[in-house]
Design a protein around this ligand. Sequence first.
Ligand SMILES: [Zn+2]
Length: 304
Amino acid sequence: MYYYGIDIGGTTIKCGLFEENGHLIKVNEIPTRKEECGKYILPDIADYIEKNNLEFGLKKEDIAAVGLGVPGSVTDDGVVNKCINLGWGVVNVSKEFTKLTGIPSKVGNDANMAALGEYYKGSGKNYKSMVFVTIGTGVGGGIIIDGKPLNGVNGAACEIGHLPIVKEDVGQCNCGKRGCLEQVASATGIVRKARKLIARKDLTAKDVFDLAKAGDKQCIEAINYSLSYLAKGLACISCAIDPEVYVIGGGVSKAGDYLIDIVSDYYKKDAFHPSRDTKIVLASLGNDAGMYGAAFLAGCMTLN
Ligand SMILES: [Zn+2]
């Protein structure tokens, strides 16, 4: 049997065809057509799967299930409650997709899918419990305990970007609150802090990290400020979840061991003593994590 793992993003949809042992056979990207409230998105994926099956000589009966990761909250029965990035309102994605393709499907939140991917195939592989943190334009994540993602009753578990822990006034967060972690620890937050310290307007988060690595004092200060808050966020999570490992992914994690070393140092200072030595490591699947996780959600790799 075969599986598809589909990661639906705001600009592209990543589609992977998997063998049941988790081996990725083929990956392709198709554009996300958001026009008319995103009504072409699921039919486009269904068309892609049909064409790809033909190419590999597969019939729809050969596909055990399709897993779909979407950028929004998803209930356990596959209902998506507003994906602003895709233009969707309340949609039963699982039901609609299976109606289109005749193939069973499962749906999950994209950050949870990336977490599942890292847990089964990436840096979380040898651990029982893991918290995945993704740092990009925002800060998000996923909690996996004994192999299962923790959704929360409102689908809001591990929205660590909105931990209300920033003391300084950093304005209003996208969520409407003030003092959220992602306002200082996201790529956007890092750049905002650096701009306050140095008179340069054309900075990216990568620039700030590169300058800091080269010894620039202000950039080091900006990085330390942002990452000390990230570490505080992790210390808060440890007090509630006490996971075995934190896996850090997303665009900002490209700063590599430099970032991990700083976060780990601050974390040790903030964490409650029994959790002080919790490992903090880099993610390893990059942009493929969501696709792997979606395939896993559909039932792929469960034989391993
Ligand atoms: Zn917020």
